[in-house]
Design a protein around this ligand. Structure first.
Ligand code: ZN
Length: 158
């Protein structure tokens, strides 16, 4: 049985670019892991609070309304036993489905797990997604930088 987006997820996607909403729907269709949309469009005040508490790194986030009037991002969080859970193994499953969805739509989407466009990741299995996250972390460490991974985060590249 394919999963369906719940009312809360739908509400989060209000104000988000229609291409991204279609991408989320297609990702859910292909995903063997259920998920909820935790954050779609954010207000400036919400984003400021996220930056203050360290949840988000930037004030120039794609969750904010962009110049075209839409939000360009969403956080797809695994939904397990009635709860949203920030856990990597199910996130890899969602990311693999997201890669397939973006490819089918010919849509450029960047993934917060490794901050790469999905099309640049080799392979489209959960294991391939995990490898991309690990490679990103290793490259950051080698450069003496902190790795800021955000596995549920996806954003349009425009
Ligand atoms: Zn996000």
């Amino acid at each position: 049985m394919p999963y369906v987006l719940g009312a809360k997820s739908r509400a989060e996607l209000v104000g988000v670019h229609p291409d991204f909403v279609r991408f989320v729907e297609l990702t859910l269709k292909y995903s063997t892991q259920d998920f909820g949309v935790h954050d779609g469009l954010r207000s400036e005040a919400e984003q400021r609070e996220y930056v203050r508490t360290g949840v988000s790194q930037t004030m120039n986030g794609k969750h904010l309304k962009q110049s075209d009037g839409w939000g360009h991002a969403g956080d797809l969080v695994p939904f397990i036993n009635g709860k949203l859970r920030w856990e990597w193994p199910p996130i890899y499953v969602i990311a693999a489905a997201a890669k397939r969805a973006a490819a089918e739509m010919n849509l450029r989407v960047k993934w917060g797990g490794c901050w790469q466009e999905l099309s640049q990741i080799k392979g489209d299995t959960p294991a391939a997604m995990e490898a991309a996250v690990n490679a990103y972390g290793a490259a950051r460490r080698k450069a003496g930088k902190k790795a800021f991974t955000d596995g549920p985060h996806f954003e349009l590249v425009r």
